[in-house]
Design a protein around this ligand. Structure first.
Ligand SMILES: [Fe+2]
Length: 232
């Protein structure tokens, strides 16, 4: 595969198309992950295409545990942990740059802007979503993770009361395990395997979640293509 299809619909499996066409109801309440919504051969080809085209242009994003979360503390259990993360990322919304060029050349940008991508997100959200949204690509390598966070954006008028994320996950290179852990009833108790080929996940944010370090061979990788939508 040299290019992503112009319409996201072409990436979908028969089950995924039933969701898009309103014949099967699946809802992110607040989270959903399904390995059967993308066509397996296309998901595999997408991984290879992302490695080739976006692999050379993603940039490291790293936020470590602040030393002062232990140093200078005066009371027991006083610690506070901001979001920590280690991953490589490409902002596909940048006005220019190599990542944006790669997204254009591969057709990724057009696919993420295609009506069927938003229609699919609306089907999983069960609500109308705005046309304008954000796009991002992440590449988790071995040991890469994201620490507990909420993705709450109270300073953004369009997102302060919640918003919707649709994620496409493509794995390869000997990736064996990565978990998404999320909160239910006030506990970080729910786990989902996300190092699964062609996983679709959807989030009605904000809620607490984190991603464990990617396990596997030195060549292991998990690509995550994110589309962010406001509720209409
Ligand atoms: Fe997140």
């Amino acid at each position: 595969m040299d290019r992503f299809p112009a319409e996201f619909r072409e990436m979908l499996s028969p089950v995924g198309r039933r969701v898009l066409d309103g014949k099967l109801t699946l809802r992110a309440e607040p989270f959903l992950a399904r390995p059967d919504l993308l066509a397996p051969a296309k998901a595999k080809a997408a991984f290879a295409l992302l490695e080739r085209a976006l692999g050379p242009v993603v940039k490291p994003m790293e936020r470590t545990i602040p030393p002062e979360s232990i140093l200078n503390q005066t009371r027991n259990y006083q610690e506070r942990l901001p979001k920590t993360v280690r991953v490589r990322t490409a902002d596909l919304d940048a006005s220019r740059g190599k990542a944006r060029d790669a997204a254009r050349v591969t057709g990724l940008e057009a696919m993420l802007l295609s009506p069927s991508f938003r229609d699919f997100a609306e089907a999983l959200a069960g609500r109308k979503l705005t046309r304008g949204f954000g796009r991002q690509a992440l590449r988790y390598g071995p040991g890469d993770y994201s620490g507990p966070h909420t993705d709450h954006h109270p300073e953004d008028p369009g997102a302060k009361d919640g918003y919707f994320d649709l994620h496409l996950s493509f794995v390869g290179g000997g990736a064996t395990r990565q978990l998404l852990v999320y909160a239910k009833d006030g506990h970080l108790s729910e786990t989902v395997h996300v190092a699964v080929p062609g996983l679709v996940s959807a989030y009605r944010l904000p809620f607490w979640h984190y991603t464990t370090p990617l396990e596997g061979k030195a060549s292991a990788a998990r690509w995550l293509i994110l589309g962010t939508f406001y509720f209409l």
